[in-house]
Design a binder for this molecule. Structure first.
Ligand SMILES: [Zn+2]
Length: 73
């Protein structure tokens, strides 16, 4: 899935939202389908997802702590 700036003046796809969409989420497959969302809804979705999905750390927590201590100096 990719995210683009929505260049068309379309309404946000979130039901009940009347804002103009600022971003398009595009899922590539046999049928191309865009989901257009306004910034408010995108932020809300992001906050919701963040509660159940934490981004995977590239480095182990141990290494990360070591690096943070180094940065403090
Ligand atoms: Zn919206």
């Amino acid at each position: 899935m990719e995210i683009y700036e929505c260049k068309h003046k379309v309404k946000c796809d979130f039901s009940g939202c009347k804002n103009i969409a600022t971003f398009s989420l595009v899922k590539r497959g046999l049928l191309r389908h865009d989901i257009c969302l306004c910034e408010d809804c995108l932020n809300e979705i992001y906050n919701c997802v963040a509660k159940i999905r934490v981004p995977k750390a590239v480095e182990s927590p141990f290494k990360l702590n070591k690096r943070l201590k180094k940065d403090e100096k």
